[in-house]
Design a protein around this ligand. Structure first.
Ligand SMILES: [Zn+2]
Length: 71
């Protein structure tokens, strides 16, 4: 229910018979790794997204400082 595609982040999956009924992403076809650590994987993913978010915020703040000082 809470699993997401590790490549495109989609939450819709379908069972692929060629992979023995494993769930694959319905968007990009990436097989879902269902073996263990689903919560841990989600935590790592959200942590990476959080880091990317703060990097963007820092970049915007830096640009604002440069723009303000150049006026
Ligand atoms: Zn996908």
């Amino acid at each position: 229910m809470t699993s997401r595609c590790s490549r495109c982040g989609s939450t819709s999956f379908r069972a692929d018979r060629s992979l023995g009924g494993r769930l694959v992403c319905s968007h990009c076809g990436t097989p879902v790794d269902q073996r263990g650590g689903r919560v841990r994987r989600a935590a790592v993913t959200s942590g990476q997204k959080g880091l990317a978010f703060w990097l963007v915020v820092a970049a915007i703040a830096l640009l604002l400082v440069i723009v303000i000082q150049s006026i």
